[in-house]
Design a binder for this molecule. Structure first.
Ligand code: SAM
Length: 231
């Protein structure tokens, strides 16, 4: 796994020396995965590419240095933990509604000495009560349909910040369905970046949504209403 990570990081223009810590995180996830459902990807090369290098690719899309970022629905820590490892100058909040996953992440971050990570057990739509527009960046992967996800993420982003939604390359219709939600919540789709995961033939996409005006009061709604009636 180490050599694959080194090659992938070099391809991204990142420090290959960080491969060791990424690998250490992978070992912690795969070890815990024996007793807890954290990931379906257990092949080492696939783990390196589809989890670690896919997360790392976000650093080519936005500059995280000196910025407060929240990973909404981080699960086993993707993309948040690789971002913490690769960009120590960023402040990452790893947010998830499943307590056991957050407990795992707290232990993993302590074991890896990640001082720029805060692990928070909360639902994103409720966390907005505490940290409304409190982040420069929100990121999220594999959590919900974009129209729903925007209501979880955009209220957390300050005006002038960005929401980076990680999606598949076949997501044109999903993006079109989210147009009204993006506008209603104070966002504007600024770029759609398709990229190849380094060392692989797999392509993924990041939809970059700029926060251009404050999210109106009343959003986010309780999750039941968001899900039943996406904007
Ligand atoms: N982002 C990770 C990844 O790409 O591997 C995990 C994806 S996992 C399929 C979705 C995660 O989102 C779960 O851990 C779940 O607990 C979390 N989640 C779902 N709805 C949420 C919400 N409203 N607020 C916070 N976390 C949520």
């Amino acid at each position: 796994m180490r050599e694959l990570l080194r090659a992938g990081l070099a391809e991204l223009g990142l420090d290959p020396g960080k491969a060791e810590k990424l690998e250490a995180f992978a070992r912690l996830v795969l070890e815990k995965n024996r007793v807890m459902n954290l990931t379906a990807i257990t092949d080492e090369a696939a783990f390196a590419q589809l989890h670690l290098l896919d997360s790392a690719a976000l650093l080519r899309v936005a500059d995280f240095r000196g910025r407060r970022a929240v990973d909404v629905g981080t699960g086993a820590g993707f993309p948040g933990v690789p971002l913490c490892i690769l960009c120590p100058e960023a402040e990452l909040t790893l947010l998830d509604s499943t307590g056991k996953r957050v407990d795992f992440l707290r232990g993993a971050c302590a074991a890896l000495g990640l001082e720029n990570a805060a692990c928070v057990h909360a639902r994103a739509e409720e966390y907005a009560d505490d940290r409304r527009e409190g982040f420069d960046l929100a990121v999220s992967r594999a959590v919900a349909e974009l129209a729903v996800l925007c209501e979880l993420c955009l209220p957390l982003v300050a005006v002038g910040g960005q929401f980076l939604a990680m999606k598949g390359t076949e997501s044109d219709e999903e993006l079109a369905r989210a147009a009204r939600a993006i506008e209603r919540l104070g966002g504007r789709l600024s770029r759609v970046v398709d990229y190849r995961i380094p060392t692989s033939e797999v392509s993924h996409r990041v939809a970059v949504i700029d926060k251009v005006s404050p999210t109106p009061q009343g959003y986010p709604r309780p999750f039941g209403r968001i899900k039943k009636n996406p904007l």
